[in-house]
Design a protein around this ligand. Sequence first.
Ligand SMILES: N[C@@H](CCC(=O)N[C@@H](CS)C(=O)NCC(=O)O)C(=O)O
Length: 96
Amino acid sequence: MAPSYKLTYFPARGRAECIRFLLSYGNLAFEDVRVPHEEWPALKAQAPFGFLPMLEHEGKKAHQSAAICRYLAKKVNLAGKDDWEDLEIDAALPLL
Ligand SMILES: N[C@@H](CCC(=O)N[C@@H](CS)C(=O)NCC(=O)O)C(=O)O
């Protein structure tokens, strides 16, 4: 069966690595698509905001690495236990 998550990014760690970590931590199988830079211009128009990373799941497309990480952190029980801990986690993120 095909993985239910598909992560698309460039052949780099960059803004996708935290997403890869969370998917792997949660044993959530995912297709790890790494678009060669020379192929990107032809695909850019299909990305929701014209940039990567993009996470696809059940026919939906998500963008913005921090938002994707928050979503996955909840899925794999790594989110804060309350709003204050969520704030502290967000504050620890680099500017994205
Ligand atoms: N705020 C976005 C920024 C995404 C972003 O800047 N992506 C860059 C790669 S790190 C990109 O897609 N560059 C190609 C382009 O803009 O055409 C996020 O965190 O996901």
